[in-house]
Design a protein around this ligand. Structure first.
Ligand code: ZN
Length: 266
């Protein structure tokens, strides 16, 4: 039996198929769907633009058993800016890689919203890419229910100690005064980094992008969000992350972190 389905979604993979078709993976309100777009590579195809990588559109699909064919589509945004900046493109690819790891068959509207906003800001270069990357990574932990508890020091309950030590493995923090022994994946950060992390974790979504960090703090914040996420996703293989790191010279392939002063000890 054939049924019809209309969904909004982003093309997160497109491969050529046959003489003129494309097979698409769409990240939609209903999870990831694999769709065949017949004739999409023909010059005069009305689907040519909306079936490109990162295109966001409304797709009318014909479903037969577990297969989907594209009937029609309307483009909502093509994020053209991603094609003009290699680093932005690499970051968008990393977001896509994470989406593939965490998307489920259930509707995930918060994940879709975060993904779309980050693609938009990457495309327009509204915020530093390093900041967008960190926000995506940390806010993703909220959506997945694996966010760290950064409310106060786990020992003395101080809210803003001068040198907080983020404990990536136990997903909380302790202040330097209370810390008797260092654990693997401990990371001493500035109070600005702790504040930024709380902002991303606790803000309403509309406000989550609205903060600034200096370069050094942003680097530290990015190291924390990346390592925290990778650790709690069981260190998945992420080639797009490696490509982004190589392109931007921010390679943190660190098995465990322990930081004193401004230096990291591996
Ligand atoms: Zn304390």
């Amino acid at each position: 039996m054939t049924t019809h389905l209309t969904v909004k979604g982003v093309v997160i993979r497109e491969v050529d198929y046959g003489e003129a078709d494309r097979i698409l993976d769409l990240f939609t309100e209903n999870g990831i769907l694999t769709v065949r777009a017949r004739g999409a590579r023909k010059l005069q195809s009305r689907f040519a633009a909306v079936t490109q990588l990162f295109a966001y559109g409304e797709f009318c699909l014909r479903q037969s058993r577990d297969r989907y064919d594209l009937d029609s589509a309307v483009s909502l945004s093509l994020f053209y800016g991603l094609r003009q900046n290699m680093e932005a493109l690499a970051l968008a690819s990393y977001f896509t890689e994470l989406i593939r790891k965490v998307a489920t068959a259930q509707p995930q509207p918060q994940l879709m919203r975060l993904f779309l906003c980050c693609l938009h800001y990457c495309s327009h270069q509204t915020y530093p890419l390093a900041q967008l990357k960190a926000i995506f990574e940390l806010r993703l932990t909220v959506i997945l229910g694996i966010a760290p508890d950064l409310l106060c020091c786990i020992s003395c309950l101080r809210y803003e100690p001068p040198r907080p030590i983020l404990r990536l493995a136990s997903a909380n923090f302790i202040c330097t005064d209370c810390c008797l022994t260092h654990h693997p994946y401990d990371m001493t950060v500035s109070i600005s980094v702790l504040r930024a992390a709380r902002h991303v974790l606790f803000s309403d979504f509309e406000k989550v992008f609205g903060f600034r960090l200096g370069e050094e703090n942003l680097n530290q914040f990015g190291l924390f969000t990346e390592q925290y996420l990778l650790l709690h996703l069981d260190k998945p293989s992420l080639p797009a992350l490696k490509a982004y790191q190589t392109l931007t010279g921010t390679h943190y392939d660190i098995p465990s972190i322990y930081q004193t002063g401004n230096e990291y000890f591996l």
